[in-house]
Design a protein around this ligand. Sequence first.
Ligand SMILES: Cc1cc2nc3c(=O)[nH]c(=O)nc-3n(C[C@H](O)[C@H](O)[C@H](O)COP(=O)(O)O)c2cc1C
Length: 193
Amino acid sequence: MDMNKKEEVLKRANFILQDGVKNRDSLFHTLVMSSLSNGEIESRVMVLREFNEKNRTLRFHSDYRSNKIKELKKDNKTTVIGYDPNLKVQIRLIGETKVNYRNEHTKKSWESSQSISKKCYSVKVGSSAQIENPKDVDFDIESINVEDGYKNFCTLNFNYSVLEFLYLQRSGHRRCRFSWNLRDEVESLWLVP
Ligand SMILES: Cc1cc2nc3c(=O)[nH]c(=O)nc-3n(C[C@H](O)[C@H](O)[C@H](O)COP(=O)(O)O)c2cc1C
């Protein structure tokens, strides 16, 4: 792959994000998402569930009761970043997140989730709630109906308008920024790494 050609750089970024969905060994399987909470930046690790190159979207799953959902509903500006030292690649994405709750999107994602993933959404009190004793929210998958967790399940549809790719190599790093306008036209720039 020729990292001196912008179209090859974008192809590589798209390949890495697609691979991150299924490949648990890729560090792009768990990305860091940042958003605003009362004017402060909050970051958290999230599992990448789906990547759509054409729509420029990433899908994540979360507990509807968590802080990030309340905050994203107030301000949906979001950045997502990942770095894999094996690939020597950092991908930084800037965009907006839409929260899906109890609609056809969440239904489809819930139906394709495994029981072990569904289990987390059955926890009595929601993610981010304060508790007296951490053991109070431990439970056994046998003792619950995992399907009850659907009422707490939501999906996050992150749509980016900027993708920045940084590749570290001895002979010279490569940094390229792609930006899409509202008509889906892309502009790309080389930047000093
Ligand atoms: C490896 C890993 C994967 C995680 N995956 C998710 C995830 O897919 N969805 C999610 O909501 N939280 C996930 N978390 C937990 C979040 O990082 C975070 O602690 C939690 O969602 C509460 O964040 P909030 O207070 O910003 O809402 C994951 C944490 C780790 C360490």
